[in-house]
Design a protein around this ligand. Structure first.
Ligand SMILES: [Zn+2]
Length: 143
């Protein structure tokens, strides 16, 4: 399946886990030069999260992925992205949504003692287009 082929990213960590999920949402791009994307329309967004790290938690997990899925899915699924507080003042393009998913996920990961890092967010908006977001630098932890 096309949706399951993802670009990979280099990182210095020993463990890497990937989680697929999808959500359905509507959006519009609020500017004249966005063409027909200006009109409210919907997508089934396919997400692949790549999480990496060197340490595991007490369960032997890098992170419990069902929790991360829930974190995004509960906020975005079956909603109009433009109306969500997460996108206030922003145009919810695929790029912006991918970046927002990264921020939400990494903020949650930062609360974990084993310091997992989100190293890639892959976000497919249509059968023929997707965006990859990668943070410029993984945050370093020494404790
Ligand atoms: Zn769209």
């Amino acid at each position: 399946m096309l949706q399951q082929i993802y670009p990979s990213t280099d990182h210095p960590f020993q463990f890497e886990l990937n989680k697929d999920f999808n959500f359905s949402a509507a959006h519009f791009i609020p500017s004249e030069d966005a063409g027909k994307c200006m009109r409210t329309h919907g997508h089934t967004y396919f997400v692949n999260l790549t999480i990496a790290g060197d340490e595991l938690d007490h369960n032997g997990f890098l992170v419990n992925f069902s929790y991360l899925k829930k974190l995004i899915h509960d906020q975005f699924d079956h909603d109009l992205l433009n109306q969500l507080p997460a996108f206030e003042g922003q145009s919810p393009s695929t790029e912006v949504v991918a970046h927002k998913i990264y921020s939400i996920v990494q903020e949650e990961l930062n609360t974990r003692d084993n310091h997992p890092q989100c190293v890639q967010v892959y976000l497919r908006e249509t059968p023929t287009s997707y965006v990859v977001f990668r943070p410029k630098e993984c945050q370093q932890h020494n404790g």
